[in-house]
Structure formats: C-alpha cells, structure tokens
Write a protein that binds this ligand. Structure first.
Ligand SMILES: NC(=O)N[C@@H](CC(=O)O)C(=O)O
Ligand SMILES: [Zn+2]
Ligand SMILES: [Zn+2]
Length: 343
C-alpha cells in the first residue's frame, strides 16, 4: 500500500504573486495547494493604500482557476509617507497586514522605510486596529555583512520595536538564523515567524560549492548548515510561533542567470511537497499539519480551513522549466526528485 498523509488544507502566509501576465502562473500554482495566502505588496509601484489593494485583489481573483477555492489576503507596503489614516482606511477595506521593507533590503524595496521614526504613527494605528506587522528583517547599511544582516536587525531594530508597541502582532518573515529562532521563542506574546521550504532544505553550501547556483539565491540569503538545523528544529517543534510562508518569489530565467541576478526562489509549483520532504527528513511528518495549516490561522485570528489535502509517497521530478506569462521561469530544485506528491 502507498504511504499517504492527509492534512487540513494549508495556507501560505507569505507569497509573491507579482502582477500582469505573471498572475496566471502564480495564482494557479498557489491555489492548487493553498486555501489562502498572504500576498506581498512589493509591486512597482507598491501596493500603498486601500485602493491599490482592492484593485490588486481584483486582478488576482480574475486568475483563480474555475472550481478552486482560493482567498488572497491583502497587505500594504509601508513607506516613509504611510500615515495613520492610510492604515485605518486599509483596515476597513479588509487589508490584514502591512509590510515593512527597510529601504534597499530586497527586491522592489526602494520605496521602503528609511527611518522607523517616520512610521511610528502608522504603527500606532496598526496596533489599535489589529493590523499585523510583517517584517523583512534585515538591516541595509553597507558596513554590515550580508550574512549578519538578520541578526543585527533583531538586535538593533526589532527588540526595540517589540517593546515600543507591546500590543502589535508581528511576524518576522522568512527567518534564516538560529538568532531569529531564539528571539521568536523568547519574545513576548504576539510575535511569530514564517519559515520557507528552501531555508529548511538548503544552506549556503548548496548555493556556492562547486559553482554559483543563482536559483538558490534569495534574501535573506541562505546561511550555514548550523542555522538550517535550527530552523528545522523550530519548524518541526510543534511551537505555534513558527508557521508556513513560502516566500515563493519568481523572477524570469534571464533575471536570475545574470551578472547581477535577482533575489528570490520560485517554490509555489511544489511548495507543500517541498515542506513534506523537509519534515520527512527530520522524521517529523506528524508536525507538518500544525506548521502548515493550524498555527498560521491561529496567529492571524482566522478560522482553520475545513477541507483536507492528501500527499502520497510517490517519487516524482520537478519540471526543469516553467512558463510565466510567455517567459521562461526556473523553479527551485528544478529537475530534482521529491518523494511526496500532492494528490
Ligand atoms: N525573498 C527574495 O529573495 N525576494 C523577494 C522579496 C523578499 O521577500 O524579500 C522578491 O520579491 O523577489
Ligand atoms: Zn523579504
Ligand atoms: Zn518575500
């Protein structure tokens, strides 16, 4: 008999769907496995207010395949000019969270916040209205080594933020270090973290030994295996503070395989299967449902999904390449074999 596992339907608490011609690909892939997704706002120009979010949501809804039940949860991009009124309007329009990109930290973060002091009124309004704060947790000053940027962000920025807004619920996104794991475990109530499948499955050796592999390049960058092990331990621990966020972030092949390649890995094509692979390797498949389908909605104060998905143990190979709006897209782990397959 084939081995199989059945889970409450999972949600993705951090995904990039992009816009325009890319949406047909990204929305279809996300909707195949996730019931809901927190949609990142780093478009160009960014999703900066309630009207932008409403219009973007509409463009996403138009791409949901017939017969699938998928709900995009919209977010706002914080800029130096985001004020309390923008937050209140967005909250009324159903926007669930706002995202802090320190200016220059990652893809499309040029409009990000240059000084946290500029958004204190906005953060105050978020705290009051129950809007969640999502963080790309890296400092950006040139004197800080790229491998240390998450740790320094936690020490220099996050610790203070968590204290200054004691009732603000916040998520440290796509964590990559043992420092982040420890911070989140010990933090006050209302602090959570998402973990990607690629940070569970890989470390920087996978990206750099024997040649540079641009499709493994994302931000925050893959770290040492010691950090990978800490993330695995956190994700499979059963702690409700850690939950699934793929950070699936497509860039067309030519933009990744370039002299200055873009940061971001496309995992939406096989996200839940990649997570199953990681949890299986740790011998903790029994912990996947909490991480993928329960702790996220619990944190956000939303209902857990009622429907179920099934994964069977049946080796299959990820495609070598995909099409995104007529352009070639290479998924993470292209051509590699995964042991679990979504039915
Ligand atoms: N993770 C990435 O490397 N890239 C993301 C941005 C982000 O989430 O930081 C993207 O939008 O491409
Ligand atoms: Zn990010
Ligand atoms: Zn992201």
């Amino acid at each position: 008999m084939t081995e199989q596992i059945t889970l409450r339907a999972p949600d993705d608490w951090h995904i990039h769907l992009r816009d325009g011609a890319a949406l047909a690909r990204t929305v279809t892939d996300a909707a195949r496995q996730f019931r809901r997704a927190i949609v990142m706002p780093n478009l160009v120009p960014p999703v900066a207010n309630a009207d932008d979010a409403r219009a973007y949501r509409q463009r996403i809804l138009e791409q949901i395949p017939e017969g699938t039940d998928f709900e995009p949860l919209m977010t706002l991009y914080l800029t130096d000019r985001t004020d309390a009124e923008v937050i209140r309007r967005a909250r009324k329009a159903g926007v669930v969270a706002a995202k802090l990109y320190p200016a220059g930290a990652t893809t499309n973060s040029d409009s990000g916040v240059t000084d946290l002091a500029n958004i204190y009124p906005a953060l105050e309004a978020m705290q009051e209205s129950g809007m969640k704060l999502l963080l790309h947790g890296e400092v950006t000053t040139s004197d800080i080594d790229i491998f240390d940027r998450e740790q320094v962000f936690i020490e220099k920025v996050l610790t203070r933020l968590v204290e200054d807004f004691p009732n603000l619920k916040l998520v440290l996104e796509h964590i990559t270090t043992a420092h982040a794991v420890e911070f989140v475990q010990k933090a006050r109530e209302g602090v959570g973290a998402t973990i990607t499948a690629h940070h569970l499955l890989y470390n920087r050796n996978h990206m750099l030994v024997g040649g540079v592999r641009p499709h493994y390049y994302c931000l925050p960058i893959l770290k040492r295996s010691y950090h990978q092990a800490a993330l695995m331990e956190a994700a499979t621990s059963g702690s409700p503070r850690f939950f699934l966020g793929t950070d699936s972030a497509p860039h067309i092949q030519g933009r990744k395989e370039a002299a200055c390649g873009c940061a971001g890995c496309y995992t939406a094509i096989a996200a839940i299967e990649l997570y199953a692979e990681a949890f299986d390797r740790a011998g903790r498949l029994d912990k996947l449902e909490g991480f993928a389908s329960e702790f996220g909605p619990d944190f956000y104060g939303l209902r857990r999904n009622e429907n179920r998905i099934t994964l069977v143990k049946q080796p299959w190979s990820l495609p070598e390449h995909l099409d995104m709006g007529g352009e070639p897209l290479i998924p993470l782990a292209a051509g590699e074999t995964l042991n679990w397959k979504l039915v």
